[in-house]
Design a protein around this ligand. Structure first.
Ligand code: CAA
Length: 261
């Protein structure tokens, strides 16, 4: 792969979009390679994925404007579908995904970050949906996910005005969970991934599924989704071990890693 670097680091993995000369903008090749990288994740051993951009200036500066500039209506719709399908795959990946936003997250870059479970960023990060200034709507899920994350009023304001916001404002409106100095961002993402990876993988995946699917359902259906997933954890080796460990009063014992079984 030319534009994606994928590294497994024990029980978590780091995926870096590396098209630095175009501020990691998403052209069709980057999108195809991202899709291929998602296929290649070993879900038996990787318990959390971190997504970031190469360099210290940009996470992803959007979909590739050069590529989009000559598209017909039908090609524009197909390009939107391509991005949406891949971002939806990322959003519904069984394991949690952390966006470590290391700079510009504009247009498709902001949309990519919003397809991840958790967003943290560096203090030079800039978020925005500049599309209306280019004569288009956000096209990789921005009109839907931004409103769900920051609320309808703030999302509409950001999208209609095409105004970018800095890291502190992104934090204030709940678009990111935390802001770090640039050099501390990746270590913080890795620490977070490591903490998640220590917990029982079947339980963590079930939580992701329950939250995601529950948000698309009414409360009664959502609670049934939770009940099924809660029930599904019982009789797993990790549930038996986790509860037996708690109940064992021997203070000398050391907790073993969960086995994803
Ligand atoms: N597409 C294609 N190329 C891009 C790009 C993009 N989205 N963003 C940056 N680049 C390229 C620039 O063209 C430039 O290339 P050259 O060196 O060959 O000229 C290179 O990256 C560096 O960019 P700048 O010189 O512009 O860097 P800067 O520091 O002056 O500005 C920036 C940085 C403010 C992010 C500016 O590059 C910018 O505004 N980029 C576009 C951001 C944008 O509008 N994104 C939304 C795209 S639309 C979209 O994403 C639709 C969707 O929802 C799917």
């Amino acid at each position: 792969m030319e534009y994606i670097l994928y590294e497994q680091k024990g029980d978590y993995a780091l995926l870096t979009i590396q098209r630095e000369k175009a501020l990691n903008a998403l052209n069709s090749q980057v999108l195809d390679e991202l899709n291929g990288a998602l296929d290649a994740i070993d879900l038996d051993t990787v318990r959390c994925l971190i997504l970031t951009g190469a360099g210290s200036k940009s996470f992803v500066a959007g979909a590739d404007i050069g590529e989009m500039s000559t598209l017909t209506k039908a090609q524009g719709e197909a390009f939107g579908k391509k991005g949406n399908d891949i971002f939806r795959r990322l959003e519904t990946l069984p394991i949690p995904v952390i966006a470590a936003v290391n700079g510009f997250a504009l247009g498709g870059g902001c949309e990519l970050a919003m397809s991840c479970d958790i967003r943290i960023c560096s203090d030079n990060a800039v978020f925005g949906q500049p599309e209306t200034g280019l004569g288009i709507t956000p096209g990789f899920g921005g009109t839907q996910r931004l409103a769900r994350i920051v609320g309808v009023g703030m999302a509409k304001q950001m999208i209609y005005t095409a105004r970018n916001i800095k890291a502190d404002e992104a934090y204030r409106i709940g678009l990111v969970n935390a802001v770090y100095p640039q050099e501390e961002l990746l270590p913080a993402a890795e620490k977070l991934a490591g903490t998640i990876a220590k917990n029982a993988p079947i339980a963590v995946r079930s939580c992701k599924k329950a939250i995601n699917e529950g948000l698309d359902a009414d409360m009664d259906e959502a609670l049934v989704i939770e009940e099924k997933l809660f029930g599904g954890c019982f009789e797993t080796e990790d549930q038996r071990y986790g509860m037996a460990f708690f109940l064992d009063k021997n203070k000398e014992k050391v907790k073993e890693p969960f086995r994803n079984r």
